[in-house]
Ligand binder design. Sequence first.
Ligand code: CP
Ligand code: NVA
Length: 309
Amino acid sequence: MNDFISIADHTPDELRHLLDTAKTLKNQYRQTGRNDPLLAGQTLAMVFEKPSLRTRVSFSVAMTHLGGTSLYLRHEEVGLESREPARDVARVLSGMCDGIMARTFEHRKVVELAQYAAVPVINGLTDYSHPCQAMADMLTIEEHFGQLAGRTLAFIGDGNNVARSLAAACGKLGLRFILASPPDYSLPVQDLQRIKDQLPHMQLITTNDPHEAARQADIIYTDTWVSMGQETQKQQRINDFVGFAVNAELLALAPPHAIILHCLPAYRGMEISDAAMEGPQSLIFQQAENRLHLQKGLLVELMKPSANR
Ligand code: CP
Ligand code: NVA
């Protein structure tokens, strides 16, 4: 692996290997309270155009546990394409740091950073995708069910960045993916077609009926109806998503073994009820912790001195 920008860029074997590395590092940390300093002396630059709790903390702590360090760079300081072009930032950071993680609004900025950087670049969320989240979620699902292939993930809500990355991860790793969203909020047709073209055997189903999706789910997944950058559409979206909440009524239709996931931050009373979040089917906080373990796997795969670059 050179960069981690989109799930689509990676083979199932690479993704499988990433999960195995993350699991090994998680077990090592659980059993011994530490990880080997595989990234000793290395620095990860973290550029954020949007707020973050999990992504920032997990990458920063992962670097610490692996013997390296991280730098938090706010948009107000870096000014990707307002203070200086992404291609200049990429080359300056490459001269001083060993990896770059960036969270941007426009996906093309992360792509451009990767194009010009001499060090690995990681997509820490864009308007288009959130691949680190999707792979951490695969780790959580595998830990719970023992294997990924054959499971059905029902994403109830907005066809957004998280849904797009989950669809690709499911396709690569053999899960069925159902997206239940209101009319006009599904993934764009061209994205669905791209996934189907790349993964012709994948079961990728879209529906406007959240009940139909819940009935088939091993995993019920939701995310905010109002992603970062969509704040002006908030009231319209709340109106349009009526009937798409993950709550007791929806859960009553799902198989009893179904688990609930949410990438967080969650808006209780909107896309998910408090009872669903706090109930026995929720693995949401184990899911959040797994961001740390997956980031460790990713950083080692990309930045370990012997890593193929
Ligand atoms: N799920 C996630 O990426 O959380 P943050 O936005 O807090 O990083
Ligand atoms: N779809 C959400 C995910 C937050 C982690 C957003 O982009 O705001």
